[in-house]
Design a protein around this ligand. Sequence first.
Ligand code: PLP
Length: 445
Amino acid sequence: ETTTPRPLPADPVREARIRELSRAHVLTSWVAQKAVDPLPLAGGEGSWFWDYQGRRFLDFTSQLVNVNIGYQHPRLTEAIQEAAARITTVAPSFYEESRAEAAAAIAELAPAGMSKVFFTNGGAEGNENAIRMARVHTGRHKVLAAYRSYHGATAGAIALTGEARRWGSEPSIPGVVHFWGPHLYRSEFHATTEQEESERALAHLRHTVEAEGPHLVAAIILETVVGSNGVIPPPAGYLEGVRALCDEHGIMLILDEVMCGFGRAGTWFALDHWGVRPDLIVFAKGVNSGYVPLGGVVLSDEIAATFDERPYPGGLTYSGHALATASAAAAIRIMREERIVENSAEVGERTLGPGLRDLLGRHEIVGDVRGLATFWAVELVADRQTREPLAADKVKAVQQACVSRGLWPLVMGNRVHMVPPCVITHEEAKEGVAMLDEALAEVSA
Ligand code: PLP
């Protein structure tokens, strides 16, 4: 049963005022301000949002891949209101009920032997603290991070990031070394099978560790499923191989689950698919669907024990903010009771995945379709043989053709990321795929 929430009546005066104030006073991330004219968003419900022009859109972005529970979930907004009425500001030097509840709930979802949580305001701060924990725990300083990764925009997190978003912040913090992770469609290793790609990527990582001096390497950090750089699930054996390499040299494995965690990959943590236990898990986004800013790190008991004996050299005024942790505890409870993680897996397996894969056979400009659950990328190419990316103006045309039909997709480079809220119904998923299908046909014609 598709719920089709109604948009607000058009309100051009209000829209014009928002545009005017925003243009004058708001600096928008990552873009030249003159080049963009963002849509003022008025409201949302479930998998839909609407504007001030009386239009509604089926949301296949989940904002920044974080509104996993959908917009304005009534039970979650109610839990936040209740928490706000009780207490909103409790310093990390006190214990507080919702902080305790949220930490316990998150630890329960993590692999055995990971029982403590450090809270931050988002994913970048989570990664900052994870590398600090790994460095203090090991007494080493180097951190190996992947090309084709995004880890956030604070000093350390942007240094870890392995793509162009880092360039504007260089020189960044010292001690970070990049390596290539596996990605068969654009293999750096001339591999032709997943197995070859996995083995060659592991051999490359091993060489990198050896060349850097294993005794100097504190951590290897990976997105369990690479997110904004292409929705790239790891091939069989890769994560297990990285874990074994880390164990061999006493290196901490940090899995960045900021985008892929909390239902996005159809499991609570994406790492559940591969059964690998990291030393640190970084989370944010889906933990409370972004209703209040929150992120954090789950620590292995071994790393946590380090800070039984010595102070943890880090902290934030808002570490474990009551409103944020209350929303996380409630979001996890609601996601369990309403089987939202299961829904993400089922819609992905039965409707969204098959529907998107079908586009490969229908459009020459679709070069690759990959992903799982509610986490997909459709890669657009000018030439299927050479895999040359589709020109930017054509990608933009696909985006506009989607928007004109009422579908709002997340476009990253030459890829259309199809990442709806995890609550999306089979009907809505079908509708979204159909609109993309039509948009691709329109641009191909
Ligand atoms: N890590 C990953 C994998 C992400 O996708 C992101 C954000 O998109 C971050 C970290 C940074 O999180 P935040 O923007 O909350 O700092």
